[in-house]
Design a protein around this ligand. Sequence first.
Ligand code: G3D
Length: 185
Amino acid sequence: MGLLSIIRKIKQKEKEMRILMVGLDNSGKTTIVLKINDEDTSVISPTLGFNIKTITYQKYTLNIWDVGGQKTIRSYWRNYFEQTDGLVWVVDSSDLRRLDDCRYELHNLLKEERLSGASLLIFANKQDIQGALSPDEIAKVLNLEAMDNSRHWRIVGCSAYTGDGILEGFDWLVQDVASRIYMLD
Ligand code: G3D
């Protein structure tokens, strides 16, 4: 039995997925994790290190790693890459000033060998804010078409405030990861 088959077998038994949430600070990562868990989103403090949440989603256990996005701690993101099945990149679609920074950090992250197999969900968050760019506009600004052909990715507009789009995004991510590591189980 090859190593890949063994890993698949173990994961199949556990039905676990490791999801890494990244993006610039203030994009809404923590709020999204709280929302999916149905927790109070009215008081949120900035993520200085990381938070881990384990939730049951459909028939899977998701271990969600929410890593702080401040410039000074972005170099530590790489400590969390190992065994990532799904990557969630969160964009503040209303923060037009930092979209260049956002594009740079995303493409930099995608060069990472250890993340090459991870499915990528891009949340164009804060769609409830007037003046926010649409998911199509965000896709253009972030130059998503330039991504490696082999990457499984999708962009979904959402609002962590209203909850719109959050389940649509996670449904896609979980199904995509499942079809790879659990063979459509
Ligand atoms: P981060 O974990 O990516 O750093 P947070 O981001 O989840 O801490 O969110 C940063 C700020 O954006 C928070 O506001 C949060 O309430 C707000 N926010 C997150 N998602 C949305 C959204 O979809 N719409 C709107 N309007 N705001 C959102 P504060 O005021 O606490 O800094």
